[in-house]
Design a protein around this ligand. Structure first.
Ligand SMILES: Cc1cc2nc3c(=O)[nH]c(=O)nc-3n(C[C@H](O)[C@H](O)[C@H](O)COP(=O)(O)OP(=O)(O)OC[C@H]3O[C@@H](n4cnc5c(N)ncnc54)[C@H](O)[C@@H]3O)c2cc1C
Length: 400
């Protein structure tokens, strides 16, 4: 049976960068990337709506969840700056749009191609349709058993299989081989995903986008507040601020979502606006009372919900509703729509400087399979790049 120096399981963001860093550290190594799908980097192509938001200019540990301390140490050991220097070496020019960093071409395919070309130029072997199902450490090396019936031996293994987010769920071959080797995992939940809510209140608003502040609450305590564009849909709500709080819905921590539909106005400013309307819009029908202030359908819906009473008390009720439009969450839309997984293999058994297991020598883990998830905005790919780079270069150094 063939024995390679390094087998990388998973040809996604972290696995491909691990491959490049391994071969740049020690060009004489035999490195094989085993990818379950019919091509590498499929998920990468869908990132950032096809534009690949590959990192952020405001990477801080606070933007990570799960094992945040581990994320902080990883990012210290391989920073965003080093990542961008590496991409520059791979001839990928980048551009920042606000805090988000994209390829200059605004094409995710350009990022994947630069990674693929570098793997090929450095002499890596990439095998597609090669899902690894069993990983067995032996005295000398590792035995990797594949779903297609073949097997391979490797002196070092990097496990870079990602998560079920945005792909068809295959839990056994993602986490199980690593859990069986004594690494516990935290339960996984889809995150950065649309939120289902009670529908009665928002049915008339389907298809409308508004600027709002979204607060995730638990027993009236604020867990997290995010501002941005919110979309009302037939399942509930979506949009960037909703994705950011979706983790709290998915894990069951959030029991109420409160939308502030005028985040730049205080409640007293809204009350003043409404009181002026009592006289100025006195002749208007109810359906037009808030026209010129709020989105028309939002205004009509809230006016009705507040009782439709044109009095000072009615305006106070309406202002309260505009500032605190409360929805009960009913879970999230699921793995296929999620951009990341909360939970995963607990990183405590891995060295954040090398990504090597403290339990199984020669085994490295990188990317989203670990219990670290970032906010929307380039944070998850940055974690994949940093952990992939550390795993690849450390595995190669251990073979020198
Ligand atoms: C729609 C969408 C948009 C996103 N947009 C962004 C964004 O703009 N910015 C950002 O930072 N993050 C984004 N993300 C998240 C980001 O894509 C992931 O965090 C990142 O790809 C994780 O890298 P990874 O290497 O851990 O896993 P992946 O990139 O998922 O790679 C894992 C690879 O391993 C393969 N594999 C799995 N099991 C096996 C096995 N047993 N044997 C062999 N191969 C296997 C998979 O087929 C896959 O190719 C997005 C995610 C989605 C779904």
């Amino acid at each position: 049976m063939e024995t390679v120096d390094l087998a990388i399981v998973g040809g996604g963001a972290s696995g491909l960068l691990a491959c490049i860093c391994a071969l740049r550290t020690e060009p004489s190594l035999s490195v094989t990337v085993l990818e379950a799908a019919d091509r590498v980097g499929k998920k990468l192509l869908t990132t950032g709506n096809g534009r690949c938001n590959l990192t952020s200019n405001v990477i801080t540990p606070q933007r990570y969840h799960g094992d945040r301390d581990f994320a902080a140490r990883v990012l210290q050991n391989f920073s965003k700056t080093r990542t961008l220097d590496l991409f520059d070496d791979l001839s990928l020019r980048v551009v920042a749009i606000e805090d988000k960093v994209f390829p200059y071409s605004l094409q995710a395919s350009g990022v994947l191609d630069c990674l693929r070309f570098a793997c090929e130029e450095l002499g890596a072997e990439i095998r597609t349709n090669s899902a690894v199902t069993i990983l067995t450490p032996t005295k000398e090396n590792f035995l990797l058993t594949l779903a297609n019936g073949s097997a391979l031996r490797a002196k070092r293994v990097i496990w870079a299989v990602g998560s079920p987010a945005g792909v068809k769920f295959s839990p056994v071959s993602l986490y199980d081989p690593i859990v069986r080797l004594g690494h516990p995992m935290a339960p996984i939940y889809p995150t950065l995903v649309q939120v289902r809510t009670e529908l009665d209140l928002i049915r008339p608003l389907k298809g409308i986008k508004v600027e709002a502040a979204v607060s995730a609450m638990r027993r009236d305590k604020l867990l997290r507040r995010e501002e941005g564009e919110v979309l009302f849909a037939d399942y509930g709500i979506s949009g960037p601020p909703v994705l950011q709080i979706s983790r709290l819905v998915s894990t069951g921590e959030c029991d109420r979502i409160v939308l502030d539909l005028t985040p730049d106005l205080s409640i007293s400013e809204v009350e003043v606006e409404l009181m002026r309307r009592l006289t100025r819009c006195a002749d208007r029908p109810d359906a037009e009372f808030l026209t010129g202030f709020l989105n028309k359908r939002v205004g009509q819906t809230l006016f009705k919900l507040a009782g439709g009473e044109r009095s000072a008390q009615g305006m106070r009720r309406l202002a309260a509703l505009i500032k605190s439009f409360s929805l009960v969450p009913r879970g999230v839309t699921g793995w296929q729509n999620a951009q990341a997984a909360a939970g995963g293999i607990e990183p405590m058994n891995f060295d954040p400087a090398t990504m090597q297991s403290r339990k199984v020598a020669g085994l490295y883990v990188c990317g989203e399979v670990l219990n670290v998830d970032g906010d929307c905005g380039g944070f998850n790919l940055q974690f994949a790049w940093s952990t992939g780079a550390l795993a690849g270069s450390s595995a190669a150094r251990s073979l020198q």
